[in-house]
Design a protein around this ligand. Structure first.
Ligand code: AVI
Length: 321
């Protein structure tokens, strides 16, 4: 028979290139030394994060997959003849659970800031799902954005997909801004399927972010190695330790702690660390069902359905516009 042509359209919206050096220097000269978690994901960091997702202690990935498998048929009904738009598509793996349940789906839009694997991931997807067209858009989805004005998207109901509890790495005001922009992109009559990690005890959360094998620690330490590699820095990894602390306001706080008084150099800039001083690498916010629904309402969504696992570790919300 006839093989359908492989259909991937690529758009480059040219997201501004991040200035790693400038952002690091600003962050290290603040009273609370901070580096944005987006810099954790260079090649080595992305590989370490993939290993985190496989850890026994890190329940997030497998629990969300289990929920998605169980709700996929219901979600397929909600999508109907609309288009699916993934925010931060990465390797486009989780979307397969939805595509398996929604054979009617014609158009998939992948939004990602990294151009590297975007085209290839979409190509692999249309090979695996004959009849599916993919639109790959290299863009920063945390900034306001307009979809290309093309027939495949015009007047279509748009269903957003934002898995992995990535929203948890944003400050609540940034999370609100993201949801608000997503609502603008998905309106009218669209919706958003979003994975959100649930707030729970420190006994479960702290090991999830500081595992016995030390992969989570290595993920944070890679930030120091990355600065050594790319910014002519001379961080001595032995002079720092990793800490993941649960703050009962509902977030895990991850940082590297200086083991001694030391002066680190980045090129010709000297950065002093006191003994015990912290360098914040990441927050991971956790939400109760109602706290997340309140946030979604404030951002212009109407919470419709929420699915959880039997142990109530994780939630997947369907929000309508
Ligand atoms: C990507 N993000 C949702 C992860 C999280 O759970 O906050 C990042 C992570 N950092 C350490 N472990 C996992």
């Amino acid at each position: 028979g006839l093989t359908p042509p492989l259909d991937v359209t690529f758009y480059d919206f040219h997201p501004p290139v991040e200035d790693f050096r400038a952002e690091v220097l600003t962050g290290l000269q603040q009273p609370q030394k901070t580096i944005s978690p987006k810099f954790l994901y260079d090649k080595q960091g992305a590989e370490l994060f993939d290993r985190i997702c496989e850890l026994d202690e890190y329940y997030v990935t497998r629990t969300e997959m289990e929920i998605l498998q169980n709700c996929a048929a219901e979600v397929a009904d909600l999508i109907g003849d609309g288009v699916l738009i993934e925010f931060g598509s990465g390797s486009s793996q989780k979307i397969r659970t939805l595509l398996d349940a929604a054979p009617q789906l014609q158009t998939y839009v992948a939004l990602d800031i990294s151009k590297q694997h975007l085209y290839e991931s979409c190509l692999n997807l249309v090979i695996a799902y004959p009849g599916l067209s993919a639109i790959a858009i290299c863009a920063d989805y945390t900034q306001p954005l307009q979809l290309p004005d093309i027939a495949a998207l015009r007047h279509k109901r748009k269903m957003g997909f934002f898995p992995g509890s990535s929203i948890g790495n944003l400050e609540p005001h940034e999370a609100m801004q993201f949801l608000n922009q997503a609502a603008t992109l998905l309106e009218p009559k669209g919706g958003l399927l979003i994975g959100v990690d649930l707030d729970k005890s420190a006994e479960i959360l702290e090991p999830a972010y500081d595992d016995a094998q030390g992969v989570s620690a290595a993920f944070a330490f890679n930030l120091l190695s990355r600065m050594n590699r790319e910014l002519e820095a001379n961080f001595d990894l032995n002079h720092f330790s990793y800490r993941a602390h649960y703050n009962p306001i509902g977030r895990i706080e991850m940082c590297l702690v200086s083991r001694c008084y030391q002066i680190v150099h980045l090129g010709d800039v000297a950065i002093p660390f006191c003994e015990g001083e912290t360098l914040r690498t990441e927050y991971s916010y956790k939400y109760s069902l109602s706290a997340f629904q309140d946030l979604a309402r404030l951002a212009g969504f109407q919470p419709q359905v929420v699915w959880c696992d039997p142990q109530n570790l994780f939630s997947v919300h369907y929000l309508a516009i």
